[in-house]
Design a protein around this ligand. Structure first.
Ligand code: FAD
Length: 386
């Protein structure tokens, strides 16, 4: 593959939904030969190429069409039961080819520093140590590579297996085990149901910090807009973003309804306070769990109660993968980055930096729109003629 040039007016980092949308609009806004896109994954598809094989397109919230060439047109409309990890990469690959997007892969961006009027971008991986100077940046590195696990005392003592959504490969691994699923989001619920139904002899348990909120009203566009607006207000105020889905509640799908009927979701308990060698416990002290072993299924938890499990499966979300931008010191006192601009894609302290997939644009439709906005903003800075 052709290697990236040492200079770029616009450097797009990350080639998932957001990065490809930005590249498409950069071409539309007259910057077709003034940008390059770097992505360190081996193949097209962004984070979708890494998602677990049992996640089908119909099991997703919806993968929104990229601008100008829809998923149906590119790969056919009847692919609902196919793994998202193969259909979406196939779609993105066709998309890149169709529009001749200037994607360089695999190219890892290790760090970005300010340098004169622009930025010095240092590469890692196979191009370790090479530098690119860039006048503007569109960062679209997503969240997949920053799985988040909350700190709970005793985690290092646990002798069983701990894994995160990021590392899930399917239900078979859990046959015959006692599995504690942690989290109250879509992944937690989907994977809890999948494991309970498809791992022979498994026993499942479920904990989360906040009680899961099921919403049987169909998800409405108004509700979606309100959720996005709330996340947007946070990032404009410089607070760390919450995920868009965390503010909408869980829509009751037929799969969830059936699981409720079959008692799979009955086993919820509030968050444990300590991890022990053999499981978790509530309001216990020290490494041992206290008295009594909560091997039953009641959701009321007494202080000192312990639950023995073989696996703790963290479905506790992701954070923005922004480590490479840390030399820019973008985070403010609120713990987040103060964002501005029409769709809150612009870093308030440095408008030459656009962040996509951060806050309100962290969904496939949000990423899409943000791509256009970011391309327009850098076109304005560079004074390009559409
Ligand atoms: P990504 O798809 O993560 O792309 C980021 C790209 O940046 C990757 O290709 C990566 O290799 C590259 N990269 C990262 N760091 C670097 C670096 N330093 N140097 C070079 N390249 C780098 N949203 C929905 O709207 N619908 C859904 O159904 C849905 N399901 C989801 C399921 C899961 C399990 C998760 C975790 C998220 C889901 N989301 C969903 C949210 C989803 O993350 C976004 O919708 C969207 O796919 C993110 O696109 P993106 O372009 O921002 O990031």
């Amino acid at each position: 593959a052709q290697e990236p040039d040492a200079f770029s007016d616009v450097l797009v980092i990350g080639g998932g939904q957001a990065g490809l949308s930005a590249a498409y609009f950069l071409q539309r806004f007259g910057l077709g030969d003034r940008y390059q896109l770097l992505d360190h994954s081996p193949r097209p598809g962004g984070a979708w190429q890494f998602r677990w094989p049992t996640l089908t397109l119909s099991g997703t919230n919806r993968v929104h069409d990229l601008p100008g060439y829809g998923l149906g047109e590119a790969v056919g409309i009847d692919r609902g039961e196919f793994p998202a990890s193969s259909v979406v990469p196939e779609y993105f690959a066709k998309y890149e080819n169709r529009f001749g997007l200037r994607v360089h892969r695999p190219v890892d961006v290790r760090s970005v520093e300010r340098d004169g009027d622009g930025f010095r971008v240092t590469l890692g991986g196979r191009l370790r140590g090479r530098e690119i100077s860039a006048r503007t940046l569109i960062n679209a590195t997503g969240t997949w590579e920053r799985p988040f696990i909350p700190h709970i005392p005793g985690a290092a003592d646990f002798r069983g297996r701990q894994l995160h959504t990021h590392d899930y490969t399917g239900p078979e691994d859990f046959a015959g085990q006692r599995v504690l699923v942690v989290g109250a989001g879509i992944s937690a619920v989907q994977l809890l149901i999948e494991i309970a139904r498809r791992a022979p002899g498994v026993q499942t348990f479920w904990c989360s910090r906040t009680e899961p909120r099921f919403d049987s009203n169909p998800f409405s566009p108004d509700l979606g807009r309100e959720a996005v607006a709330r996340v947007e207000r946070r990032v404009r105020a410089g607070l760390p973003p919450t995920s868009v889905v965390s503010v909408t509640g869980l829509a009751v799908t037929p799969t969830i309804e059936a699981a409720q009927r079959d008692g799979i979701l009955d086993n919820w308990r509030p968050m444990f306070t300590r991890i022990t060698e053999t499981g978790v416990c509530w309001d216990c002290t020290g490494g041992a769990g206290g008295n009594g072993s909560a091997r039953g299924s009641s959701s009321a938890v007494a202080a000192g109660e312990q639950l023995d499990v073989d696996v703790i499966f963290w479905n506790t979300g992701f954070r923005s993968a922004l480590d490479h931008l840390s030399p820019l010191h973008l985070r403010g006192p609120g713990g987040g980055i103060v964002m501005t601009g029409r769709l809150a894609t612009t870093v308030a302290d440095d408008p030459r930096v656009q962040l996509l997939g951060y806050g309100p644009s962290a969904s496939t439709i949000g990423a899409n729109r943000a791509g256009r906005e970011a391309a327009r903003n850098v076109a304005e800075i560079l004074d390009a003629q559409p």
